[in-house]
Write a protein that binds this ligand. Structure first.
Ligand code: UDP
Ligand code: GLC
Ligand code: MN
Length: 307
């Protein structure tokens, strides 16, 4: 069994998650993966979107929607829409592959990550909210109908403590945290920002090594409210980012830059007085076209992001 029996897999059950999934697929391609790129979709996804997905993914595979129908646990998570993440379990049925890497539709791959296929089931990174649990946005697994059946059985008998796939998978692979350190993926393979606690010095120290970022949480880059963009705009280099935000994939890039540079949702940024003044002038329409806001500088910024 070689590389041609390995694949990256993502999932989208709604049109809006398809926007994210396309970025996942494109970002894997851009960095030259040698593995297949597969998406699982549910029957409600339009023909038009499926066609668009087919131009990016090697395979667009139809799966049945599976819902935990567990409003009590989902209420704890604060995300009633995540019951359908049980559909993720369907990825174990991809037995045409010997090994796969699952990526949530809200992840972005920043470089080639094919080395993930050297890991065994079940490898994943810690969840930032409870590091003894793994986050199920990025994980390595071996498709198997037997494991799929055992997971279904586990779901029926034990349910999921978060109402979604992550609670189910963590109780199924319950010794992940102590079993084998090789199954702990480095955090740079599933870099998330928590609004509750963020280890900013570590972000500053290791953040630039990020390989996969994960836009975990209810607000996704593709549905950021206008105010969200304005909020982002309150940081240095705002105007450049505002320009970039017109493009879907570049927009991800911007949010990523903000994360690395210390944009913490719900947190506070240490503003430099001078930057505030610069922003105020920009917003008053007083651009410094011959100086700091010169097109050359904007272009330099664009090049840096595109690099
Ligand atoms: N998902 C989906 N449709 C939904 C909700 C989730 O297809 O309505 C899939 C999608 O792949 C998504 C994953 O399930 O990335 C997990 O959901 P999400 O990323 O929103 O959870 P979070 O990582 O924010 O907890
Ligand atoms: C999480 C994970 C996501 C998972 C969800 C539901 O926070 O990031 O991948 O689908 O919980 O369990
Ligand atoms: Mn996610």
């Amino acid at each position: 069994l070689g590389q041609d029996t390995e694949a990256f897999v993502t999932l989208a059950t709604t049109e809006s998650y398809c926007i994210g999934a396309k970025v996942v697929g494109k970002s894997l391609r851009r960095h030259g993966t040698t593995r297949d790129i597969v998406i699982l979709v549910t029957p409600n996804i339009s023909q038009r979107t499926r066609l668009a997905l087919q131009s990016i993914f090697d395979k667009v595979i139809l799966v049945d929607l599976m819902d935990s129908k567990d409003p009590d646990h989902l209420a704890l998570t604060g995300r009633p829409e995540l019951g359908i993440t049980f559909t993720k379990i369907r990825c174990w049925t991809l037995t045409q592959y010997s090994k796969c890497v699952f990526l949530d539709a809200d992840t972005l791959v920043l470089c080639n990550v094919d080395e993930l296929f050297e890991r065994d089931e079940l490898s994943a990174a810690s969840d930032p909210g409870w590091p003894d649990c793994f986050n199920s946005g990025v994980f390595v697994f071996n498709p198997s109908l037997q494991t799929h059946a055992m997971l279904m059985d586990h779901a029926i008998k034990q349910g999921s403590f978060d109402g979604g796939d992550q609670g189910l998978l963590n109780s199924f692979f319950s010794n992940w945290s102590v079993e084998d350190i090789r199954k702990h993926l480095p955090f740079i393979y599933n870099l998330t920002v928590s609004s509750v606690y963020t280890y900013l010095p570590a972000f500053k120290h290791f953040g630039h090594e990020a390989k996969i970022v994960h836009f975990l949480g209810a607000v996704k880059p593709w549905n950021l409210p206008k105010e969200g963009i304005l909020q982002l705009a309150s940081v240095d280099n705002t105007h450049y980012l505002a320009i970039l935000s017109f493009s879907e994939s570049l927009f991800y890039r911007c949010v990523y830059v903000f994360i690395i540079e210390g944009y913490l949702p719900g947190g506070h940024l240490p503003f430099e007085k001078e930057q505030m003044e610069h922003r105020r002038r920009w917003e008053m329409g007083e651009m410094d076209y011959m100086g700091r806001d010169a097109f050359q500088n904007i272009q330099k910024m664009l090049d840096r992001f595109l690099d």
